[in-house]
Design a protein around this ligand. Structure first.
Ligand code: DX5
Ligand code: ZN
Length: 212
């Protein structure tokens, strides 16, 4: 099975979101990854649900929304309405993870949980039945272009064995390049978030093929 690429738009030219999404779809992306940052949970600020809504007509690909915000419970319905297909929250940002996942599912969306590099996969043990996706952060969230943290490969492998028998995909986010991509897939990743590795130099198609 070929690994899927969820292309992040974190580091595109923000004056050209529509064209960039079209170009990334044409280059072979399997999903579009939205890095939503609020300047509180992570230092950086990006965009909100209005961008998801505005870009929806530009692409037929699934919209993979990664919420790096302190108040996801409030925002989940906004992103569901805007046209997200997958909504992923950080385990550390909610008081009641089971309740948050139930909310996402009740809105008809796929539910994901993201784990920071220091967070153990153990927090997911009792919510596996409500999960569609586990997003393993291989950098500290907040910025594109950071170095891959190798200790996370062991976590990916542990998750792979933990989810046996469940229909859950493992997605890896941060510092993915042709070298680290191979290690992630060997450890058990199904989806790679591509950021700067694809955007650098503007040759999206070639860069994406290099990742696969
Ligand atoms: C980081 C974001 C990533 C980011 C990855 O907080 O969650 O999705 O776009 O960018 P690269 O691939 O450049 O590390
Ligand atoms: Zn992300």
């Amino acid at each position: 099975m070929m690994v899927k690429i969820s292309q992040s738009i974190l580091s595109v030219n923000y004056a050209k979101f529509g064209q960039e999404v079209e170009a990334l779809e044409n280059a072979g992306a399997d999903m579009i990854h939205f890095d939503v940052m609020d300047g509180h949970y992570v230092p950086n600020i990006t965009f909100g649900s209005q961008l998801v809504k505005s870009l929806r007509p530009y692409s037929r690909l699934p919209f993979d929304v990664h919420l790096m915000v302190t108040n996801p419970m409030e925002m989940i319905p906004w992103f569901a309405d805007a046209g997200a297909d997958i909504i992923t929250i950080h385990a550390e940002t909610v008081q009641h993870l089971d309740r948050a996942l139930s909310l996402i599912k009740s809105l008809g969306k796929k539910a994901g949980v993201s784990l920071n590099p220091s967070t153990s996969e153990e927090v997911l043990k009792y919510v596996l039945d409500k999960l569609d996706l586990i997003l393993v952060m291989t950098v500290n969230p907040g910025f594109g272009g950071q170095d891959f943290i190798p200790s996370q490969l062991e976590k990916i492998a542990r998750i792979k064995s933990m989810i046996k028998g469940y229909d859950i995909e493992i997605e890896v986010d941060g510092g993915v390049n042709p070298m680290t991509a191979q290690e992630c897939v060997s450890a058990g990743a199904d989806i790679l978030v591509a950021g700067t590795a694809v955007l650098v130099g503007g040759k999206y198609k070639e860069n994406m093929e290099a990742l696969r």
